[in-house]
Design a protein around this ligand. Structure first.
Ligand code: MG
Length: 387
């Protein structure tokens, strides 16, 4: 099954990616070259060794309470995005090291408790005239909070990785973000960054159906009735494996769905890039729209499934209860430290003068894992009771 009518050619996009290493390998602080590794491979190591990366293991993807050890965490989700992004980059002839590195770092700015935590933190900051944006927070992590080097703060990542961190999932209005002028906000990011958001979509569209069924909150037959792409894939594998248990057919169908969407992304991105005759990075950057897209049919399937997941899984009673609890924990902790900033760890107190109290409190909370924030919550409750 293919969703894109375009016949895949072997005219890969090596040319548009040929100068990515040279154009985007610059670092803020001079770092001697390592002949055995590319600049993006070195960034991959810097990210994998970062404390914020390790904390992804303790952060929610969808399910806040770990009723099963089989659910994805942010870390395992990240690894799934990485392998999809890398195979798409390879098929398209793009820079695989840059794509892999961007996938590994793409969720590093997420706070605890998944989107519920992010929403709550954003609401808290709005009361202080600020916003929480996980891409911009990720940039703060790699530029500011990670401290591994004697000569400077941050990981000193290449321009290509820093630009991709900001722009992998959205564009920013240059007039609103003058601080980010160095990241060519008026231009599209390289294809290696453009594919990350779509690899992310493919990963979670597959994984959330899987974890949803594992949790007992979704049923295979219900999904088949309401999610056309899964229904098509299920019918295909059912023909190939007659008489096999539904759970195995479902697993096969998920695998096929992931392959179909990945192949569609590869073929459509290739066709889009050839259609405008782009052969250089600058042409990709100057094009008014992103060139990495799904076909119209795959996009319709994506939207249908996303709506289904939203209505049936993300907002179901069981998860809504978890989300309300998560929002309460984040909000109460935020309010506590706004009132009692001296209770923050020393390193954060030192930052208040330059960053402002609300941003510092949000930075502290955003870095926490699910288990650490719950420990903090219990401790703060005890402190409040003693006062
Ligand atoms: Mg993600």
């Amino acid at each position: 099954m293919t969703l894109n009518g375009t016949k895949q050619t072997d005219l890969r996009l090596c040319a548009v990616s040929a100068d990515v290493g040279e154009a985007l390998g610059a670092r803020v602080y001079a770092a001697p070259e390592r002949p055995s590794r590319t600049a993006f491979q070195r960034d991959r190591e810097r990210i994998v060794q970062a404390r914020a990366f390790r904390r992804l293991a303790g952060k929610t993807q969808v399910f806040t309470s770990r009723a099963s050890d089989h659910f994805r965490s942010r870390l395992t989700h990240t690894i799934e995005v990485m392998q999809i992004a890398r195979s798409v980059a390879e098929a398209l002839g793009l820079n695989q090291d840059l794509a892999e590195t961007l996938a590994l770092v793409h969720d590093i700015g997420h706070p605890p408790f998944g989107h519920a935590g992010e929403r709550a933190l954003d609401e808290c900051l709005k009361r202080h005239g600020l916003r929480f944006d996980h891409n911009l927070h990720a940039l703060r992590i790699v530029e500011h909070f990670e401290q591994r080097y004697a000569a400077h703060r941050g990981l000193n990542l290449t321009l290509g990785v820093r630009e991709g961190i900001i722009k992998h999932s959205r564009d920013y209005n240059p007039a609103e973000y003058p601080d980010l002028a160095g990241y060519l906000l008026g231009k599209r990011p390289p294809l290696e960054a453009q594919i990350i958001d779509l690899a992310d979509e493919i990963a979670y569209l597959t994984a959330d159906l899987d974890d949803g069924v594992e949790s007992g909150l979704l049923e295979i037959d219900h999904i088949r009735r309401h999610v056309d792409i899964l229904a098509h894939c299920y019918a295909q594998v059912e023909r190939q494996h007659a008489g096999v248990d539904a759970k195995f057919l479902f697993n096969e169908a998920l695998q096929l769905m992931q392959n179909v969407l990945t192949d569609d992304l590869i073929a459509t991105t290739l066709a889009n890039t050839h259609a405008i005759g782009a052969t250089t990075l600058d042409q990709v950057r100057d094009h008014p729209a992103r060139l990495a897209t799904f076909s119209a049919l795959a996009e319709a399937h994506r939207l249908q499934e996303k709506r289904y997941l939203y209505d049936t899984l993300y907002t179901c009673d069981a998860l809504s209860l978890e989300h309300s609890k998560a929002e309460q924990v984040v909000t109460e902790l935020f309010d506590f430290w706004i009132k009692e900033p001296q209770e923050l760890p020393v390193g954060y107190v030192d930052e208040i003068e330059t960053e402002g109290l609300a941003r510092v409190v949000a930075d502290y909370i955003a870095g926490m894992t699910d288990s650490f924030i719950l420990l903090q919550y219990a401790q703060v409750k005890r402190t409040i009771r003693r006062k």
